[in-house]
Write a protein that binds this ligand. Structure first.
Ligand code: ZN
Length: 479
């Protein structure tokens, strides 16, 4: 009994250490079909979000174009005005059409409450009584969802970043995540109410700010924050308000603008983040997407449905709301040792990838969506998949003609019923190089002329999808 107690104590201590340290991954796969989710999407070292408050006009005028150029997507916290306002939702400076345009481009439009009040001063109230906490939280979320089609608003930023236990509790009633202020990047694992006080860095610019070089020490501070985020494998968030040309800074400060950032400064900050992203260090995404990744990553489950010499079927699930949480996770999956290339299918998702060896196992890295349907892996490509996915006499994808070709070739297919098709072309390492979409095609025989004049010589794969049907074939471009 004594030894048993000591073992139990040791076990408890070990568990405590595991949960207080930021250790990842928690599970080491060791059998064929085992799935292990990477810490961050695409196996990046750390995560980063750009966030913006108070729906400033300058965010549309200056941040949005920089984002469109860099490919970054940010989170914009808006003050919506009440749902039943007869003049429509009011915005502090920007307008709905502008924020809808940014949403359509992939940015997150999130809540900054209805009227920007000090939340912890409000009575709790209810969702219909103006001037109460629950009204501020609920009406703002609903306004965004009404205004932006298909939007499910999960993210709040506290005005003034103030919260107490009531604010945290009622925020959790309406949102999946909420943001406040902190000088430190956020841990890569969060639980409970930690989700409702996510830290974000506000750069405080010291005066005077007469020339752009006066802001360089704050730029170094930001670089240091990004470096810390990467070296600690955490999630860094920048919180910004106005982003304006440097020659407007003085007058903006005079008008009470909160820590305005110059466009030049922001450009340099984005370049630094962009370099870290290119190095494979940073995953840059809106708060919403990183939240979805982390929560799914923490609660996924899988079971192996079948394993043969040439195929592997896995079911991967989570217990989260599928209206919100259907976000692709980056996974390592163990495959049989002699599988050098692997085709991955899940719903309409397709991946073709090479395996690698690690710790005595053969592993592929791919994307999986919990509750997104059975994940099916095949050894190799092409013919095996055609046999498995074709229904004879119905859906058919023919070998292209001519083949090899330069630069034109014809791809013929037949459809069993009217429908939409997409033809995707992949290069030999599985990267998608072209997509051709065709709407409302009649059942029967069709052909697509493919032009490869802008592609290099090599082996390519073409995959045709229509409804639940799909097939893949190989072709050779010889220039
Ligand atoms: Zn604000």
């Amino acid at each position: 009994m004594k030894i048993g107690s000591k073992l139990l104590l040791l076990l408890v201590l070990t568990l405590i250490i595991i949960f207080t340290e930021d250790i990842f991954p928690q599970f080491k796969p060791d059998a064929v079909g085992d799935v292990s989710i990477k810490k961050w999407k695409d196996d990046k070292t750390a995560a980063f979000s750009f966030t913006f408050d108070d729906c400033m006009q300058s965010q549309y005028d200056y941040v949005f174009p920089i984002f469109e150029q860099s490919g970054f997507k940010g989170t914009f916290y808006v003050i919506t005005g009440p749902l039943d306002d007869p003049t429509g939702p009011y915005w502090r400076y920007g307008t709905w059409p502008e924020f809808i345009e940014m949403s359509n481009a992939g940015n997150e439009i999130a809540s900054h409450t209805v009227t920007h009040p000090h939340l912890q001063n409000l009575p709790i109230g209810d969702t219909l009584t103006a001037g109460t906490l629950r009204y501020e939280l609920y009406q703002s979320r609903k306004s965004i969802e009404n205004k932006i089609p298909d939007k499910y608003c999960i993210d709040l930023a506290y005005p003034y970043s103030e919260y107490d236990s009531d604010v945290l509790n009622y925020t959790a009633e309406f949102y999946e995540v909420a943001r406040a202020i902190s000088d430190n990047p956020v841990d890569s694992s969060l639980s409970g109410q930690q989700w409702y006080k996510i830290g974000s860095l506000v750069i405080e610019f010291s005066l005077p700010r007469n020339t752009p070089s006066d802001d360089l020490d704050e730029l170094q501070e930001f670089y240091g924050y990004v470096d810390n985020t990467v070296s600690q494998g955490k999630w860094g968030l920048l919180q910004a308000h106005d982003v304006i040309p440097f020659d407007s800074i003085a007058s903006a400060i005079g008008q009470g603008s909160y820590q305005p950032i110059s466009v030049q400064w922001f450009d340099s900050a984005c370049q630094y983040v962009s370099d870290a992203e290119a190095n494979g260090d940073l995953w840059v995404a809106p708060v919403m997407d990183i939240t979805r990744y982390m929560k799914e990553r923490e609660c996924y489950n899988y079971n192996i449905l079948s394993v043969t010499d040439t195929s592997l079927k896995i079911n991967i699930t989570d217990t989260l709301n599928n209206n919100i949480y259907n976000f692709p996770l980056t996974a390592d999956i163990i495959v049989p040792d002699n599988w050098s290339t692997v085709s991955v299918f899940q719903g309409s998702f397709y991946d073709y990838t090479s395996s690698y060896s690690s710790g005595g196992s053969t592993i592929i890295e791919t994307s999986v969506i919990p509750d997104g349907g059975t994940v099916t892996l095949y050894k190799g490509l092409v013919s095996a998949i055609n046999e498995l996915t074709q229904k004879p006499g119905e859906f058919r994808l023919y070998q292209n003609y001519p083949n090899p070709f330069n630069p034109f070739t014809t791809i013929r297919f037949t459809l069993p019923s009217d429908g939409t098709v997409s033809l995707k072309i992949y290069n030999s390492i599985g990267e998608e190089v072209k997509t051709i979409e065709q709407n409302s095609l009649a059942r029967g025989s069709h052909q697509i002329i493919f032009d490869a004049s802008n592609l290099p010589s090599g082996i390519y794969y073409y995959r045709l999808n229509s409804g639940s049907y799909s097939a893949v074939k190989k072709m050779i471009l010889l220039k």
